[in-house]
Ligand binder design. Structure first.
Ligand code: NDP
Length: 478
């Protein structure tokens, strides 16, 4: 049995408390066992990271850049092998798994270049004969807490900038998908970082999460996951008043304008609603359709959705893999049942499926006859379940898009430039897609949401430095 170990202060650490890692496409298969740490071991790891960070600060930006480049190279060179392993433990298709690993490599390449672009500002003081230098310093030890749905990409887009700007990292991945982070750590281990700069720790959020958040040696926390856990972390972190950056829940909407090209609308609704089995923070789980195009869109969307192939993540025909866990499957079913009681109509899917191997398979589901005030349209389901909401006008459509406590992504399908620009301006989301699926973002520009979807400064691109650095202003009289 493959053993997944922790990586602390440059060493692989085994423990006797272990948890099986089950393949969601074949629940008879235990892929590996992960070693879980105690709270004391977590604290030891964090104090090692404090020393590691001092060593890392001494490493010049060119060498840092080379190390990040090497990590990116290795991820891209091994995208197929790691992507397959990722798909096996998370449930997404192999194509999606490979794409995720490739993209993770690009994050490291991007921040390898950013290492060499860490310019400060120089200016004159308002006081005669005084100069001013404004530059940035690392935060120190950054705790990175990641979810299971993008187990390498989310880690990569947080770890790469953290290292780029001179921080040490303590990465705590989701317990459900330990192998993906382990494979990333193996690559980082070979890249030549000083000991203690990068650390990987395993343990359930409920047992070690509080230890991380309350540790006096953690200087900043970046987290992606549920709103509730974000609140728990914040309540601890606030006591120490440390910097936090959270990406949390969402309830993204795609608005189909009555002038939309039907093929684009259907392709985007499918890509945004069902890829990754709907388990994406950028998924468009609400599709709001203007009444003039409702029937035509509904018919085409249902027809194409019914043709999607659900199967094992490693099967080359599969378009939609299983859900990631039994609890995720139960959650989706329970939301579906409640929506039906609230008056929603199942237009297709929503059935658990049997395949050659036992897994958490469910057919992609479209619900009609839903209104925005139903629970199904208020809370994040995280599954292949899309609700259609009919509206009588473009203006009503925008109002429904914004009628949610969340604000990560919104999208519109329209052939009208004017509608697209009005939409872009009026929606209360951090990201906007026009004639594109809501899921799918670039790595060189900011990512994040408004309202309850995010907390703190933006991730990715040059904006990441707001979180991973602190600013120093120096007044100098030569
Ligand atoms: P969680 O928020 O529970 O978990 C995300 C990460 O936080 C995991 O590493 C988890 O560890 C950790 N964690 C859990 N509790 C604590 C804590 N008290 N302190 C510190 N860290 C903690 O998300 P789930 O994985 O349980 O998913 C639940 C729901 O969250 C999903 O159905 C979805 O709605 C939403 N979600 C949203 C994501 C997004 O991208 N916006 C991503 C993932 C989930 P562990 O795995 O060990 O519990």
């Amino acid at each position: 049995m493959k053993l997944i170990k922790n990586y602390i202060n440059g060493k692989w650490v085994e423990t006797n408390t272990r948890r099986p890692n089950i393949n969601p496409s074949n629940t008879n298969e235990i892929l590996s066992e992960v070693c879980l740490l105690s709270q004391e071991q977590v604290l030891e790891c964090i104090s090692g990271a404090v020393k590691g960070q001092k060593r890392w600060e001494e490493v010049g930006i060119e060498q840092r850049s080379d190390i990040l480049k090497k990590i990116g190279d290795e991820l891209i060179a091994n995208a197929t092998e790691i992507g397959e392993a990722l798909a096996k433990e998370e449930g997404k298709t192999v194509a999606e798994g490979k794409g995720e690993v490739y993209r993770s490599g690009q994050f490291f390449h991007y921040y390898a270049a950013e290492c060499l672009r860490q310019m400060g500002d120089y200016t004159k003081s308002v006081r005669q004969g005084v100069d001013i230098i404004v530059d940035r310093e690392p935060m120190g030890v950054v705790s990175v807490i990641t979810p299971w749905n993008f187990p390498i990409a989310v880690a990569a887009w947080k770890v790469a900038p953290a290292l780029c700007y001179g921080n040490a990292v303590v990465l705590k991945p989701a317990t459900l998908t330990p192998n993906s982070a382990y494979l990333l750590a193996k690559i980082i281990d070979n890249a030549g970082l000083p000991n203690g700069v990068f650390n990987l720790i395993y343990g359930s959020g409920s047992s070690i999460g509080n230890t991380i958040a309350s540790s006096p040696d953690v200087d900043a926390i970046t987290f992606t996951g549920s709103y509730e856990v974000g609140q728990q972390i914040l309540s601890e972190a606030h006591k120490k008043m440390i910097k936090c950056q959270f990406e949390m829940g969402s309830k993204n909407a795609l608005l189909i304008s009555e002038d939309a090209d039907i093929k684009t609308a259907v392709d985007c609704a499918i890509a945004g609603g069902f890829t990754g089995t709907g388990q994406k923070c950028t998924a468009s789980s609400r599709v709001i359709v203007e009444s003039g195009i409702y029937d035509q869109f509904k018919e085409a969307f249902v027809k194409q959705t019914k043709s999607l192939v659900v199967g094992a993540s490693t099967d080359s025909n599969t378009q939609i893999g299983p859900l990631s866990s039994k609890s995720q499957l139960e959650t989706v079913i329970s939301y579906l049942e409640e929506a039906k009681k609230d008056g929603a109509t199942v237009l297709c899917g929503g059935e658990t499926l049997k395949r050659n191997t036992p897994g958490f398979y469910i057919s992609p589901c479209i619900l009609g006859n839903t209104t925005n005030d139903m629970k199904i349209n208020r809370e994040e389901v995280f599954g292949p379940l899309v609700c259609l909401i009919k509206v009588d006008s473009f203006e009503e459509g925008i109002a429904v898009v914004n009628d949610t406590p969340f604000g990560l992504v919104s999208g519109i399908i329209t052939q009208s430039l004017s509608k697209a620009m009005i939409f872009r301006k009026k929606v209360q989301t951090g990201c906007v897609s026009i004639n594109l699926p809501t899921a799918g973002t670039d790595y060189h520009v900011p990512f994040g949401g408004m309202k309850g979807s995010s907390f703190g400064s933006r991730e990715q691109g040059t904006y990441a430095k707001e979180f991973y650095t602190q600013v120093k202003t120096t007044y100098l009289k030569p």
